[in-house]
Ligand binder design. Structure first.
Ligand code: NCD
Length: 311
């Protein structure tokens, strides 16, 4: 495995299998009453978050703590970033304290890769702008595999605001690596420029027509409409978006009954996903959250335990 986890491209299929096997063991730890493992005792992990987060930040924190690492959270609000400190100075300051792992979320695409040039610490990308979110893709694929068995030749539809989605980019890379056939669905205004060429290259499909894809899908992944990244009007109204691209109650009825419904969260209920779909028996949303802890334990373990560790 490479030193850092910046992109799904850093992982070979063997690495993914190793990460999933360890995650399955970590998943069992989650069900124990005493959840501590000593693997990262004496190691220090800093969660450096320049963007808001509920799931990702807290699951990295829980994952680190259950592995006995010391975990410190630094967020842009409440840190010297709000006094104008640069990313480089912030990273060098944190690194100078003797940190072993740096989990970073930042609004600029490429931020995690840049940070890995400035520090000796292991860097884990927890979302960089609209570029990638590798641990999210890992937990999504892990969740799907546990529900569906192998992903080989399975048809996965990824639906929604593709333009602003790092989750889509990491997922296309990983699901394709694992042999799934991916179709991405979005309105023309939220279909990223250049996606057709990328799709041809990477072997996934693109369409504007959700209703054509849904009955065929073995799994569906709904993405949040990311209003905070939108500068203009990408669709006329919320209602119009839902009519064209929402997983509504009517669309739920045409989905295969055992097809998992995923959403990375946070969900806009009533916009991209109806409550009936989010809470359906086939919804995997809460499985994703619990898999998130197991996957992050696995990633932290493989990147930070071992050589030079306190064990
Ligand atoms: C995603 C993110 O931040 O990229 N959420 C997450 O990590 N759970 C997707 C989103 O914000 O819509």
């Amino acid at each position: 495995m490479k030193k850092h986890l910046l992109s799904i491209d850093d992982l070979g299929v063997d690495d993914v299998t190793t990460l999933f096997d360890t995650a399955a063991e970590m998943h069992d730890v989650q069900n124990r009453s005493v959840k501590k493992l000593p693997a990262l005792r004496g190691r220090t992990v800093v969660n450096l978050f320049f963007e808001d987060s509920t799931r990702t930040r807290s699951s990295f924190e829980i994952a680190g703590k259950w592995l006995s690492a010391d975990v410190i959270n630094v967020s842009a609000k409440g840190s010297s970033v709000s006094k104008g400190e640069s990313l480089r100075d912030t990273v060098l300051t944190v690194a100078a304290m003797g940190v072993d792992g740096l989990v970073i979320r930042h609004m600029a695409s490429g931020a995690a890769a840049q940070v890995s040039q400035w520090t000796d610490a292991v860097v884990i990308n927890a979302g960089d702008g609209t570029h990638e979110h590798p641990t999210q893709a890992l937990l999504d694929a892990y969740t799907l595999q546990r529900r569906m068995g192998s992903l080989e030749d399975k048809h996965v539809a990824i639906v929604g605001d593709l333009t602003h989605s790092r989750v889509f980019r990491s997922n296309v890379l990983l699901l394709s690596k694992l042999g799934a056939h991916v179709t991405v669905v979005a309105p023309p205004t939220l279909m990223p420029a250049g996606v057709t060429a990328w799709a041809k290259d990477a072997g996934f499909s693109t369409t504007y027509d959700l209703d054509e894809v849904l009955p065929e899908a073995d799994a569906v992944m709904m993405l949040r409409v990311q209003r905070e990244r939108m500068t203009g009007g990408y669709f006329p109204s919320a209602r119009e978006y839902t009519v064209g691209y929402g997983l509504t109650r009517e669309r739920l009825a045409v989905l295969k009954p055992d097809a998992p419904i995923c959403h990375p969260g946070p969900m806009n209920r009533g916009l991209e996903i109806a409550a009936d779909a989010a809470d359906a028996a086939q919804s995997a949303v809460l499985d994703q959250v619990s898999a998130g802890v197991a996957i992050r334990m696995s990633v932290l373990y493989h990147l930070l335990a071992g050589e030079g560790s306190a064990q």
